[in-house]
Ligand binder design. Sequence first.
Ligand SMILES: [Zn+2]
Length: 317
Amino acid sequence: MLIATVMDGNQQLLPLAFAIIDEETYPSWKWFLQQLSRHVIRGRRRMCLISDRHGGIIKAVREGPDFVSPHRVHRYCLRHVCSKFNSNFKNMVLKDLCWQAGSEYQLREFNRIMEEIKKQHVGAFAYLDQINKEKWTASHDGGWRCDILTTNMSECINGVLKGARRLPVSALVEITLERTIHYFRVQAIKGHKMLQNNQLWTDFACKMFISWQQKAVEHTVTKYSHSQQSASVVTRRQNGHGINTHVVKIANRECSCGKWNQFGIPCSHAQKVCGAYNISAASIVKDYYDMRLTTTPILSILNLCSRKIIGMIQIFS
Ligand SMILES: [Zn+2]
């Protein structure tokens, strides 16, 4: 079974499409992506597709016109990258460093971890270095992934399909549809509750914004550059963490910590600089968190994964 899911602005999963196929191949992925394009995506701009590095998906995406930058991009599931890396080098320390490198937001930290990998194993470094960094690292992603590093969320859809094993295909289709409708209803109720609370943003965005707002109090702004509305922010030593300096460029909506870019919410450093320039940090939160636009804002992260079905038996691997 091929599954496509999307993440909403409250970091909740919404299943979009299912397909039962004979085999996971280039033609099956190509057909599935074509159907998604025709019936789901329908010209929608700004979309990030996250999948494993199955040759069939890569070829289908490369040959299809729908996931070509600048408006849509294809990214790899970090868990799959780490797993493939580990099957080559069979070293848990290196695997852990691979995960750290892929999930790190800051460029300088990414470079430091890659140097560590190089020190431990030149071949392992070379293996990772030849994979397009935009596709597997948060630090080079340009903010497309919105901190969604893996296809784990798609795989959580197992909950929706729980107990559907050993059913004939027709029953499997029926139960998948029924449970998906139920799942959408539950998510819609959550969305309505947030609207009734007159929230400006989703629960997730409110929580992130407030937590970074509280953290901003501890920072100090130095080295202003008024022409670019940029500044350096120095963090206070706390909980064993050292003093760090980050550069915030309000006009570019970026901070060297990488979090603003990933989440679309001004990080604590950016909020501090906004305060210094008398800019409302709330006004520059990305609109996919905005509850006034729709009950369940869509984050445009499309996640693909597959589950094996042999004959009429579904096997969850
Ligand atoms: Zn920051």
